[in-house]
Design a protein around this ligand. Structure first.
Ligand SMILES: Cc1ncc(COP(=O)(O)O)c(C=O)c1O
Length: 218
């Protein structure tokens, strides 16, 4: 069993150890990998597994063998982050209290938001055209979010990726929910099914004509 715990490390579980701690199943994942770029706030990644596997990867994983190792300053920052994850749980607690407020608030506003199991709130947008226009208007309102479309998700399954952190205040979250709700109402996508949202999106043209290379089909 191999798990990419990119969104779990530092965040999930009582002490932030990730998905295994979350499910109280320590040692159940054979190959546990993750990134150092999310909760840990740097770059790079890691793989943990059996001694034999790690020995093998050291020699045969091209992304490890044929690339420069992480700069010392980044490693020092990461060590400090790991120390903070262990010794200052209040950041994680604040993050989860933000998540517990924000995701239901979006759902109550009428967006399609799956149950939160991470600091990533995904808001269903369907077509990439609706997602990009919606996202641009959100940006104009002062809110930056990720845009996820094909090939990261299937065509017609585009989502906004709203990433929360422990430093967001209640006011930040409320302003964000209000802005999303205002735009959602204007685009007519609140309290709609995925099919209805896709139908609305099918009529949207990108203002700047910056369709991705596979054309206006997603
Ligand atoms: C599940 C998952 N795995 C891996 C990555 C890649 O992480 P990195 O950008 O640090 O390579 C991401 C990035 O968003 C991710 O969401």
């Amino acid at each position: 069993l191999m798990v990419d715990d990119a969104h779990g490390v530092g965040v999930l579980g009582r002490t932030g150890r990730g998905i295994e701690e979350h499910w109280e199943m320590p040692g159940s994942v054979d190959v546990l990998m993750g990134t150092l770029s999310k909760a840990l706030g740097a770059v790079g990644g890691f793989v943990s597994g059996s001694k034999d596997l790690i020995y093998y990867l050291r020699f045969f994983a091209p992304s490890g063998m044929f690339t420069t190792s992480l700069p010392a300053a980044v490693c020092a920052g990461l060590l400090e982050t790991l120390r903070l994850i262990r010794s200052e749980p209040e950041h994680r607690e604040r993050l989860w209290s933000n998540i517990r407020y924000f995701m239901p608030a979006l759902r109550n506003a009428g967006f399609l938001v799956p149950d939160a199991v991470s600091p990533i709130g995904t808001v269903f947008m369907g077509t990439h055209t609706l997602m990009l226009e919606f996202s641009r208007e959100l940006f104009d309102a002062g809110i930056k979010c990720g845009n996820v479309m094909y090939p990261a998700v299937a065509k017609g399954e585009s989502i906004l990726r709203m990433t929360l952190n422990a430093r967001h205040t209640m006011q930040d979250l409320q302003v964000t929910v209000d802005a999303l709700e205002r735009l959602g109402r204007r685009w007519g996508i609140l309290h709609r099914s995925p099919e209805e949202i896709r139908e609305i999106g099918a009529r949207v043209r990108l203002r700047r004509g910056d369709d991705p290379p596979w054309g206006a089909v997603s």
